[in-house]
Write a protein that binds this ligand. Structure first.
Ligand SMILES: [Zn+2]
Ligand SMILES: [Zn+2]
Length: 92
């Protein structure tokens, strides 16, 4: 826990100073992390999803088995609830 807290403070300190919260280099884009780190994270996420898909696991939670091709039944329900809530808000 202490380790995570320390990293959190460093992250906030970097972002406050216009630096990338991940690598500490000056930011070259709007946001908390630089373009290189953003791409790295995106790639890591794509690789993670591919790995989970191969294992037949839900790419959202990474724990439960896939259901109907996109995610597990639980994550699918959650997504549907979020989407229907969004639609209701838009209609109101
Ligand atoms: Zn960076
Ligand atoms: Zn899931």
């Amino acid at each position: 826990m202490a380790h995570r807290d320390k990293r959190g403070v460093e992250y906030i300190h970097r972002v406050d100073n216009g630096l990338c919260g991940s690598c500490g280099k000056p930011l070259d884009r709007n946001g908390a992390i630089c373009e290189a780190c953003r791409l790295k994270r995106k790639e890591a996420n794509v690789a993670r999803v591919a790995r989970l898909k191969e294992a037949g696991l839900c790419p959202i939670c990474g724990k439960r088995p896939m259901y109907e091709g996109l995610s597990c039944a639980l994550c699918r329900d959650k997504k549907q609830r979020v989407e229907s809530a969004r639609k209701e808000r838009r209609a109101a």
